[in-house]
Write a protein that binds this ligand. Sequence first.
Ligand code: ZN
Length: 250
Amino acid sequence: MVLHNYWDDKAHPLHEPEVPLIAVIFKDRANFEQYASQILGDGAAATHGFYSIQSNRMVLYDLTAAPNERPAYTDADILFKLRKSPFNVATVIHECTHQIAFNVGLHTRFADNPLWLTEGMATFFETPDLKSKTGWRTVGKPNPWRLRQFQDYARSRRPADSLQTLISSDQRFQDAETILDTYAEAWAFSYFLIKTKRRQYEEYLRLIAARQPLIWSTPAERIKDFQSVFGEDLNQLDQQFIRYMRQISR
Ligand SMILES: [Zn+2]
């Protein structure tokens, strides 16, 4: 399991999931949307799948069943259809990463999980590689869609307090206007921390995973927790972050 290979260490072992992990897969988009809209409301129209912390289930639909197309019958057929839509494959891996991370001890369900952290983790792993048989050769490589989006954001509309608002609240993830930039920044920031400050990143993951369920942090508390691991000076960290992202995008 890729998450285990990546995060397990002797001093802080991950555990196996305590319950079987369930994925609900609808036969087509229409059936999925009907169900998803009851849970996500209007957000369902824009999504290809989700992981529910509440039910601990991953909910998807048959990605090979495009409207007016016959379903895939053979492995080769399935692979052919998947290769035509790498973004769909990324959705599956993304939601699967959430589900596994919440079940092996990387995150704690119902606790205060900053979205930049959980979404950063899922986007770190989502880069699909459909040329390789296992599909995982690209883990840890820059995520091309998120990188492009982040570059555009950083160049043209990233405010000076972007890091502060990302860390202190989940609000930017809830606004349709900012959501794509925010996912891209969550990916970029997590990528930067994992690549350049891995020890601290892991320490922060453990700090957040040790939180009690149903106790929500204020924005000030989120910043304080973050600074307790990564240091007080967010401006300096922001400069390092932007410099690093410029250099990997060349
Ligand atoms: Zn997600």
